[in-house]
Design a protein around this ligand. Structure first.
Ligand code: FAD
Length: 545
């Protein structure tokens, strides 16, 4: 998942028209030389493997029938289970209110959850999330965080963000009809009917913005009857109701849904489809002056830049490699059992209060005598599997006609030819005068492969690394025939249960701030019904406040 999805800021139509002539030439050249087949030097020189997530630990929780008796007893005032953005935000909130007697237990070897980073051949790259849109006024907690770190400051009465973290230009481009075009909405050479449908969709988004307030975090704006109606149907149904059937519009909207929600427009609700645009930048049809483009913050290691900063003050209060197995309220507090994967011992924690910052499906499994709201939300939460491939290239790639290499580079195509979401360039923010080796982070959302998320998870676990490698190289080689030769290594991170898909809900329910359950509080982006930093952070912050 990778960009805010600002639609189009094309002002220079004539330039684009000219390029569409070039693109026709490029397309026929591409078709003639079949780069993947003819220039194929074989992919055996490319090393790599699966990395990032310790699947065995997650599956231990599901599959183990008998655990050893507790061998170690520990005590803390507040215990946080789960060290993703929500858990780390809860820890920060505790510190801010002077509560320092807490511990955070995290499954993996590093905190950060879906917002962790890694490196390939010495080049830093994201393992999951990699950007943060500039937070709006509905996310004051996130604004405060950025201010605390000096990323946001008031200069001469205006808010300014640190230029080093603001995504540099050019930000995004689309490989469409054999050439790159600026922005991600297909425009080069599309017909009048397509443009008319873009305008009609833009008008619908504007109308939705007048009808209701849309916010991030979503719980900060009311779930009006209009939003409830949208939440009850799929985005696909909504588009059909409005006779929005154009293939390019549908491709773009499907791409946005897969990119932000892990599944396409046939899976997500119309609430989610509209929220994507209405809560941020709107949808601007070509030829219409777009509102000033919203910026975003990004780093070579992605949002790990943020989570590492949040984790660093925790020091010895952060316990990694811990599988939290049981959370139970007892007479004078809460008892938590966690299996320490380093010592292979069961540890029993006594706490006055526990913050469960875990995916809802895990929370429902480990909280004893769970409250009805947890079980009901767990029953209707569907999770998308994701795959993130970090592709190390030794030298810059040759480029096709069109705008220069951008931060976010997407390839147009159907589910068979372009199942992925393109790639972001980890070195895009680099100020080096000459481009060199880099890592391209390629994303795939598997929430709506044929057969749905369950099939996606099966694929994720069963397909060998070489098959993923060749599949991705084939897809990206359409735009970069020299990719195969220049790739040295591909590390793939597999997320079986990455994030909640905002599927339709018959009762039109959407985001919620989970109520407390005795001495237990809950926080995780799943409660928002979809997953972005602002949702996870705000819910975590509230749970720790
Ligand atoms: C591939 C991908 C790309 C994304 N890109 C972006 C992006 O660019 N921008 C953006 O804003 N958002 C992005 N997201 C969304 C991202 O999920 C959120 O930004 C955020 O990281 C979610 O944090 P969280 O705390 O809610 O959940 P999680 O990240 O799921 O955190 C839960 C934590 O609990 C731990 N845990 C689970 N079970 C146990 C257990 N039994 N015991 C102990 N610990 C356990 C996990 O290891 C994890 O650390 C992306 C997500 C994915 C999957």
């Amino acid at each position: 998942m990778k960009k805010s999805g600002a639609v189009l800021r094309t002002k220079g139509w004539p330039g684009l028209q000219r390029r569409s002539v070039l693109s026709a030439g490029a397309a026929s050249l591409l078709g003639a030389c079949k780069p993947w087949l003819d220039a194929d030097p074989g992919s055996d020189h490319i090393t790599g493997g699966f990395t990032g997530i310790n699947e065995a630990r997650g599956h231990l929780l599901r599959d183990t029938k008998t655990w050893p008796a507790p061998a170690v007893q520990r005590k803390t005032r507040v215990l946080i289970a789960g060290g993703g953005v929500a858990g780390l935000a809860a820890a920060r909130a505790l510190r801010l209110r002077g509560m320092n007697d807490f511990a955070l237990l995290e499954l993996e070897d590093e905190a950060g959850g879906n917002s962790r980073g890694g490196s390939v051949a010495g080049v830093a790259c994201p393992l999951g999330a990699h950007y943060l849109p500039l937070p709006g006024d509905d996310a004051p907690e996130v604004q405060d965080l950025l201010e605390e770190w000096g990323l946001r400051q008031r200069v001469a009465g205006r808010w300014e963000y640190d230029e080093r973290a603001m995504c540099h230009s050019p930000q995004e481009r689309l490989f469409f009809n054999g050439a790159w075009q600026e922005g991600l909405l297909p425009v080069q050479g599309v017909g009048e009917e397509t443009l008319a449908q873009y305008r009609r969709f833009a008008a619908l988004v504007e109308a939705a913005r007048h009808d209701a307030r849309w916010s991030i975090p979503a719980f900060r704006s009311a779930q009006t009857p209009f939003k409830q109606t949208l939440a009850a149907i799929t985005f696909d149904t909504y588009l059909q109701q409005h006779e929005l059937t154009d293939v390019h519009l549908r491709w773009y909207l499907d791409y946005c849904c897969r990119d932000d929600y892990g599944a396409g427009l046939e899976s997500v609700s119309a609430w989610a489809g509209i929220h994507y645009f209405a809560s941020r930048h709107g949808f601007h049809a070509p030829g219409y002056e777009a509102a000033e483009r919203e910026g975003l913050l990004t780093w070579p290691e992605g949002n790990a830049w943020l989570t590492r900063r949040m984790a660093s003050p925790l020091a010895e209060r952060l316990h990694t490699g811990q599988i939290v197995l049981r959370v139970e309220q007892v007479k004078h507090g809460v008892e938590v059992d966690a299996f320490n994967t380093f010592t292979q011992q069961m540890e029993r924690w006594q706490a006055e209060q526990v913050i469960v910052a875990l995916p809802i499906s895990v929370a429902a499994r480990i909280v004893r005598n769970p409250p009805a709201f947890l079980m009901q939300t767990a029953a209707r939460t569907v999770q998308a599997p994701w795959l993130v491939a970090n592709i190390h290239i030794a030298r810059p790639l040759f480029d096709r006609p069109g705008p220069a290499p951008s931060w976010d580079n997407v390839i147009y195509g159907d589910a068979a030819s372009a199942p992925g979401l393109g790639y972001v360039d980890a070195m895009h923010q680099s100020l080096l005068p000459v481009p060199g080796a880099t890592v391209l982070t390629h994303y795939r959302a598997l929430g709506n492969v044929v057969g749905g998320p369950v099939k996606g998870r099966e694929q994720l676990l069963q397909r060998p690394w070489v098959q993923w490698r060749d599949d991705m190289l084939r897809e990206l080689s359409v735009a970069h025939p020299d990719l195969l030769r220049k790739t040295t290594r591909i590390d793939i991170t597999r997320y079986g249960h990455a994030m909640a898909i905002p599927v339709p809900d018959a009762q039109g329910r959407a985001a919620q701030v989970p109520p407390s359950f005795g001495r237990i509080r809950f926080a995780h982006s799943d409660w928002a019904s979809y997953s972005v930093f602002e949702e996870a952070f705000t819910l975590g912050h509230l749970a720790g406040s």
